[in-house]
Design a binder for this molecule. Structure first.
Ligand code: SF4
Length: 363
């Protein structure tokens, strides 16, 4: 079957999993204004922005011949859990005869998950499935490590754009891997590539570190968050996100308590401000702000889709955390109306504030 997936973040990982299981993969293009326009046109007006962009991405994949869509689900008291059903209904109404396989927390429906695995398994022997999972998990870990390193060094590149070019080349390199050994080789070569980027030396006291927190889709998908990591890097800031795909896999899919330690630690840090899981990643957002502040970061950019209920709640709590930890935080609401010039101006002003607070702290 011709299979596609929603475009989010480092898509080479999802593509590779489906390829290793022998599917004909239709990779949707990176979201553009057309993707957003399509999603906005066919979604309910008050749907969350990620639902609209993902719908646009699905339509583009279906136009390219996809027959089945494989995605992850969501649960908790927000709209994420309805994405699969709503997308299916809208696409059916538009005349697409499409099958959507939604993977969710396996503990909530073990039999249902097994059935879905059997369908995606595509008749391959279990050892092939196991090899594919191991390869893709190693890829996710390696690519996240590399992306974190790029987030740290982009601010200091002498030739602007070197890191972005290297990241593109690295994704292409990983697109060719077939085994865990290939992943290890690609990882080593990728770090060598990054070693070759000329950086200007910066004393520790002048480093500005910004944590990016918020709803998973707008945090991870650079095409709709106005390439926030590149933008902040260009302004001289090191960046690190609250969401990385390998950490999501560890918490939601990987069995065993050890894999969940990191996320549980973050949730615990958020407990003082939000006691309950209120949907989306609101509790992680709050926990990560505390975590970044404790690690000495200088500022936080909080990204939220317009009208995202969980992130509206975390936004209302942020002034208290900002005061408790003396760390500047800016919240940016993202949707189809978001203007790049407006965001850029606000970020420039925010970076001035971050630098001034740092000077005051170290004076
Ligand atoms: S987390 Fe926010 S954007 Fe995501 S589904 Fe829930 S309400 Fe919508």
């Amino acid at each position: 079957m011709k299979v596609a997936f929603p475009y989010m973040g480092t898509t080479v990982i999802y593509k590779k999993l489906l390829e290793l299981l022998g599917h004909e993969v239709v990779e949707p293009p990176e979201p553009t204004q057309r993707t957003i326009d399509l999603g906005v046109k066919y979604s309910p007006e008050f749907a969350c922005f990620p639902l609209k962009v993902v719908l646009g991405s699905y339509i583009e994949a279906l136009e390219m011949g996809a027959e089945t869509l494989v995605t992850s689900g969501g649960h908790g008291p927000c709209r994420a859990g309805f994405y699969g059903e709503i997308h299916k209904k809208i696409l059916k109404k538009m005349g697409y005869d499409v099958d959507i396989i939604v993977f969710d927390d396996y503990k909530r429906d073990i039999m249902g998950t097994i059935n879905k695995v059997l369908r995606v398994k595509n008749g391959k022997p279990w050892r092939t499935v196991w090899r594919a999972i191991k390869t893709v998990y190693a890829m996710a870990k390696a690519l996240d490590g590399i992306e974190k390193r790029i987030g740290r060094i982009r601010a200091y590149e002498i030739n602007k754009g070197d890191c972005t070019k290297a990241w593109q080349a690295i994704k292409e390199k990983f697109d060719k891997v077939q085994t865990v050994e290939d992943v290890e080789r690609a990882e080593k070569e990728s770090h060598q590539l990054l070693d070759g980027i000329t950086l200007r030396p910066v004393p520790d006291s002048e480093r500005i570190r910004i944590g990016i927190v918020g709803e998973i889709y707008v945090v991870m998908e650079q095409s709709i968050n106005l390439r926030i990591e590149e933008t902040l890097g260009g302004m001289g800031a090191e960046v690190e996100r609250s969401q990385y795909i390998s950490e999501w896999i560890d918490f939601h899919l990987k069995p065993g308590a050890a894999a969940k330690e990191h996320e549980l630690k973050i949730l615990k840090k958020g407990e003082k401000y939000i006691q309950e899981i209120i949907g989306g990643h609101a509790k992680q957002t709050v926990g990560y702000i505390v975590n970044f502040a404790e690690r000495g970061f200088d500022g936080i950019v909080h990204l939220m889709p317009f009208a995202c209920l969980p992130e509206l709640i975390s936004q209302s709590i942020i002034p208290s955390i900002s005061k408790d930890y003396n760390i500047p935080v800016i919240s940016l609401s993202i949707d189809e109306q978001t203007g790049a010039a407006n965001v850029l101006t606000r970020l420039e002003a925010f970076m001035d504030l971050v630098r001034n607070v740092k000077i005051t702290k170290t004076a």
